[in-house]
Design a protein around this ligand. Structure first.
Ligand SMILES: C[S@@+](CC[C@H](N)C(=O)[O-])C[C@H]1O[C@@H](n2cnc3c(N)ncnc32)[C@H](O)[C@@H]1O
Length: 353
């Protein structure tokens, strides 16, 4: 256990604790994060080039709908280790004429370094850029598994009121839960978006409003695709998650969020009703919320897989392992037993004429 995240005297709301445990000086995304591959903590769709190709098809559709502007910006929030950016950028250049600025925005310095090593301006029409997005060109925002990494507050319904979870260290140096009356702003979010049964626990994400407000800084239109695991009002109301959705990931195991502090990821399911409300409050128009499987299938992921299999066969280097690799990725991304239904794609637009 890493106790340096929280000093003995501190008593922090869970949201403050999660902020430090993920993004503080000793936090997971600052020091330890490892995604995909050997020794990692979790996999994401970004490790699959098929996912990137389907997103390239989707963004090209949007570029067409905007009348094929000569400049397009993609802003990827939370680009992780840069795998998606490294495939999506070149795929877009092949599909769209004009220039592409691919901007990567991330809270984690460690991951920014990985991203810088993963991407290259291979084509004169493709420019990777780090930091503040441009505000003068039509922009497509992509964020895969970013909303689930925003700090959440943990709350419990007690009759008509709410309690909020705090974390503190006991005298033996173990992290402990404490429950207090919820802050008014947290209780208000819970009243609006968390119809859970009495006595059960859930989470609210106060950072959503700020996240969407950031996406609308410029004049030209913005189209945003947010991909994540999430649940809606009916699922919360059903009471099937009496302890909420908060969990840790450490070396591919689901863990208690108070274990391995600073060495593990902490995440919670996205509340899609709250996401939609935050997007609309920031001026976005809601476009769709659909399962990842349906979305990727309707944006050519099966063809992308077939193209890879055909190229493999004609290269003469085809091995069963490689063939199964592509088919396995397709299945994992779209099938209900994989990520196809557990993950959803949320689409919204801003400044549409
Ligand atoms: C679970 S990882 C997903 C990484 C990558 N998108 C993937 O699918 O492999 C979450 C990412 O979001 C980043 N992140 C969290 N909060 C952010 C914020 N407010 N703005 C930008 N990036 C953020 C993290 O640093 C990390 O890169």
């Amino acid at each position: 256990m890493n106790t340096s995240v929280l000093s003995v005297r501190d008593e922090l709301s869970f949201g403050q604790f999660m902020e430090l445990a993920l993004y503080g000086d000793d936090g997971y995304y600052t020091r330890a994060v490892s995604i995909g591959g050997k020794g990692s903590d979790f996999y994401t769709a970004a490790q699959s080039p098929l996912f990137a190709q389907a997103l390239a098809n989707a963004l090209t559709e949007q570029w067409d709908a905007w009348g094929q502007p000569t400049e397009l910006q993609v802003v990827e929030y939370g680009g992780g280790q840069g795998e998606l950016a490294a495939v999506l950028g070149p795929a877009l250049v092949r599909l769209c004429s004009g220039t592409i600025t691919y901007t990567l925005v991330d809270r984690s310095r460690r991951l920014q370094t990985f991203q810088a090593n993963a991407v290259h301006d291979e084509d004169t029409r493709l420019h990777y850029h780090f930091g503040e997005p441009r505000t003068d060109v039509p922009t497509c925002v992509v964020a895969n598994e970013v909303l689930d990494a925003l700090p959440v507050e943990r709350v419990r319904r007690v009759g008509d009121s709410w309690q909020q979870a705090y974390v503190k260290l006991d005298s033996q140096g173990h992290y402990q839960w404490m429950w207090q009356s919820a802050d008014a702003s947290i209780a208000s979010l819970a009243d609006q978006f968390l119809p859970i049964p009495d006595g059960t626990i859930g989470e609210v994400c106060p950072g959503l409003a700020r996240f969407f407000a950031r996406l609308t800084a410029g004049g030209p239109p913005v189209f945003a695709l947010l991909i994540d695991y999430g649940i809606d009002r009916e699922e919360w109301a059903s009471g099937i998650r009496p302890q909420g959705t908060l969990r840790g990931y450490y070396q591919h195991q689901v863990t208690d969020v108070l274990d391995h502090v600073g060495a593990q990821d902490i995440t919670a399911d996205v509340n899609w009703d709250h996401v939609r409300n935050a997007a609309e409050s920031a001026g976005f128009q809601f476009r769709f919320l659909e399962s990842q499987g349906t979305y990727l299938m309707s944006h050519g992921i099966a063809d992308a897989c077939q193209t890879r299999l055909t190229a493999l066969a004609s290269s003469g280097l085809e091995s069963v392992k490689q063939r199964l690799g592509w088919s396995g990725q397709l299945k994992q991304l779209v099938m209900p037993g994989g990520m196809g239904e557990r993950f959803q794609v949320f689409g919204c637009e801003w400044n549409v004429t």
